[in-house]
Design a protein around this ligand. Structure first.
Ligand code: HEC
Ligand code: HEC
Length: 448
């Protein structure tokens, strides 16, 4: 318990360093309440981590009804406060009562702090979704990064699967299972945690739209390619759109991936624990006879479904009224060729969820992969090559203070200047503008 609270304090401190002034008090409160939620769930029966010699079948924690109700109350209070304060993190407008319930129940799962008894680890990156997705409201982003590594030889990327790549899980519930970057790796890249607002709308954009946009001719030497990925949920080849490399096509797949790879919670789509640096023998010693962590209820659903629902029903970031400068910036954004990749609006297809049915999505991205030259992160992942990155959606960017996939840019200006490859021509138009006109583009982005 003490350890967990200390962890909470550490998270609070990281997040405190991470966010803009107006967001700080909000994030601190978020973290305190998230920890309280965790404490409420853990208090009755947190089992001690057994010594190595006693590792055997592990019990699933069954939360008592009362604790769940308390967790729910805290999550609701936190959400109401943050939404009131920032406008971010609301439910999509027009949800049915059942969908709204799924949103609220999903939010509880999303804020839930996992324990070893509930399946956390043995190696992991975080203890809850909200740990990395908290600012400026539940479902947001953070400055927290995760590490990817691999080896490039003769221009070919090897994710070093057998050595635990390409995602590093540096945390562990057993010190003996510590994963490190293997000496064979010659590429290491950080990825920052993006906000999840409006992702249900992005999920509902038809593959055909993205494929058609990729095929359309573009100016300035811009190409753009739809990422073709295998969706673990349907088994089908789909157009990837989530993640910095467009590595996932659906929210359920991303949620299942995150439960397994960020928290070590195995589930029906990712049934295997990650072995530290690929050491299966070591993993077996610590996880013998352990079944799937995320058990499916009588309704066929589990935590991964709840978290995916929460994200699916999160509203798009709220927009702000445009000042005269922002209106100038909007024109310049288009004239500079930014909109060639940062497509202002895409549209969802027919959808059984009315709130997602044929809606405009003002995401400012084409969701395609572009060769960004030296800005690429050097990691090959799913369909994306080492220099390819997905056009980052720009909506809601005012709630962040670190930009680009690794958070290297501390200002929007720096993020634009770092564009390379297919983004070079457009970037040069931007850098040639007067400081005042460059600022107007930044002002414009601050309203999205
Ligand atoms: C340790 C930090 C961390 C934790 C914990 C975490 N995430 Fe993330 N999340 C990230 C990072 C980093 C990315 C970007 C990953 C990438 O593209 O490689 C991301 C990306 C995502 C995306 C895609 C966002 C987009 O813009 O396409 C979704 C969806 C998501 N996370 C959901 C979840 C869920 C659900 C959980 C809890 C099960 C979770 N995350 C836990 C760090 C985290
Ligand atoms: C060739 C396509 C392309 C063009 C043209 C382009 N961008 Fe980008 N933009 C990207 C990609 C891809 C990323 C993600 C880069 C990364 O992975 O770090 C990005 C990221 C950004 C970011 C940081 C977003 C974040 O989430 O951190 C900003 C801000 C941005 N672009 C603004 C602009 C502006 C302004 C212009 C016009 C001057 C422009 N971009 C032109 C493709 C493009």
């Amino acid at each position: 318990m003490k350890q967990r609270l200390q962890q909470g304090v550490r998270i609070a401190r990281t997040q405190l360093r991470q966010t803009k002034k107006w967001v700080k008090p909000v994030v601190v409160l978020a973290t305190v309440l998230a920890c309280a939620t965790a404490a409420a769930q853990l208090a009755p029966s947190e089992p001690p981590v057994p010594p190595v010699s006693q590792i055997g079948p592990q019990d699933q924690v069954n939360l008592k009804g009362g604790n769940q109700a308390f967790a729910r109350l805290l999550a609701d209070l936190l959400a109401a406060f943050l939404q009131g304060r920032t406008g971010f993190g609301q439910a999509l407008p027009g949800l049915t009562a059942a969908e709204l319930t799924a949103f609220e129940e999903g939010r509880v799962e999303f804020t839930n702090v996992e324990t070893p008894a509930a399946g956390l680890g043995p190696i992991f990156n975080g203890v809850s979704c909200i740990q990395c997705h908290a600012a400026p409201a539940i479902g947001g982003g953070s400055r927290i990064t995760v590490t990817r590594f691999g080896r490039v030889e003769n221009g070919v990327f090897d994710p070093l699967d057998a050595l635990g790549g390409s995602l590093l899980q540096p945390l562990t519930i057993f010190p003996q299972l510590h994963e490190t970057i293997p000496p064979q790796a010659n590429v290491v890249a950080e990825r920052i945690s993006p906000p999840l607002f409006g992702l249900g709308l992005i999920e509902a954009i038809p593959d055909a739209t993205l494929i058609a946009n990729a095929a359309a001719p573009k100016p300035d030497g811009v190409k753009g390619r739809a990422a073709l990925v295998t969706d673990v949920v349907s088994g089908q080849t789909r157009v990837g759109r989530f993640g910095w490399k467009a590595q996932q096509a659906t929210l359920l797949a991303f949620s299942a991936d995150a439960y397994n790879n960020e928290m070590g919670i195995t589930n029906r789509f990712f049934p295997n624990e990650n072995a530290p640096n690929g050491n299966q023998e070591l993993l077996r010693r610590f996880t013998a006879n352990k079944g799937i962590d995320d058990t499916v209820g009588p309704d066929g659903r589990s935590d991964i479904d709840a978290a995916a629902d929460f994200i699916r029903f999160l509203a798009a970031p709220p927009t702000l009224t445009k000042s005269a400068s922002a209106l100038t910036g909007e024109t310049l954004f288009i004239q500079s060729g930014c909109a060639t990749c940062h497509t202002p609006t895409l549209r969802t297809g027919p959808n059984s969820i009315a709130a997602l049915d044929r809606r405009n999505v003002n995401l400012y991205s084409d969701l395609l992969l572009h060769d960004m030259g030296t800005l690429g992160d050097g990691i090959g992942q799913a369909d994306a090559g080492m220099r390819e990155m997905r056009t980052a959606p720009l909506w809601g960017i005012r709630a962040r203070d670190r930009y680009l996939h690794d958070g290297r840019a501390h200002t929007i200006d720096a993020a634009i200047r770092a564009h390379e490859g297919e983004g070079s021509v457009s970037r040069d138009r931007y850098t040639r503008l007067s400081p005042r006109l460059r600022q107007s583009i930044v002002d414009f982005l601050g309203t999205l």
